[in-house]
Design a protein around this ligand. Structure first.
Ligand code: HEM
Length: 186
């Protein structure tokens, strides 16, 4: 007799999910690094303008990859969490992951809106001029600048919480959670 079985629980993320995770992580680290360096450069030097462009291109790329990752997440199940994990930890992990998704979209979008309101079109990789979604507006520019900077700090905070949780699983729980997201993990 034919038996219908429930899909076996996967204990690792898939290749595309792992690739997107690490690509996005590296690009976000780069966007933060260039973001802090470029805003520290006084005046308007060619180097500063070059860093601004790189920052915007990285941010736009992060946005595109996060859209892909969200589609993956909505169409795939994440591997189940370790059996012994406390309920509050499961809840906290879902909240932080959800917050990370929201912020990974909101941060580049706020930066993009800010740039549009400042009247500076984004020419992606120096090749493709991206659409201007907000007309030049000095008042809105100042508001969106603050929004972008505030969201940057909230994202940084959420990333720190995420990293601390990973560290706890690695050092204290030793439950192999990190290997689910490692390219060559078991
Ligand atoms: C993951 C994506 C992004 C991250 C993590 C990020 C992060 C940052 C950080 C850390 C700063 C410095 C904030 C400070 O002064 O304390 C910054 C500034 C800035 N970002 Fe982003 N950003 C991202 C995406 C974008 C995008 C997509 C754009 C525009 C297309 C953009 C435009 C800007 C601009 C113009 C500034 C300079 C703000 C100023 O005038 O001082 N950012 N960003």
């Amino acid at each position: 007799m034919t038996q219908f079985r429930a899909r076996p629980a996967v204990d690792r993320y898939t290749g595309p999910a792992i690739t997107l995770h690490w690509l996005i992580a590296i690009l976000i680290a780069g966007a933060f690094w260039i973001g802090f360096v470029m805003t520290d450069i006084p005046g308007f030097t060619p180097t500063k303008l070059k860093y601004f462009s790189w920052h915007k291109w990285i941010g736009v790329t992060v946005f595109a990859l996060v859209v892909l990752r969200t589609i993956w997440r909505l169409t795939h199940r994440a591997p189940p969490l370790p059996a012994g994990m406390a309920r509050w930890q499961r809840g906290a992990s879902h909240v932080v992951h959800f917050l990370l998704y929201i912020l990974m979209v909101a941060v580049p979008v706020s930066g993009y809106f800010y740039t549009c309101a400042a009247g500076v079109p984004v020419v992606y990789l120096g090749l493709v001029e991206l659409p201007v979604v907000i007309a030049k507006d000095p008042v809105l520019r100042d508001v969106l600048k603050q929004v972008h900077i505030t969201l940057d700090w909230i994202l940084l905070g959420a990333i720190c919480v995420h990293l601390l949780a990973v560290l706890k699983h690695l050092v204290i729980d030793r439950d192999g959670l990190l290997s689910r997201m490692m390219p060559f993990g078991r």
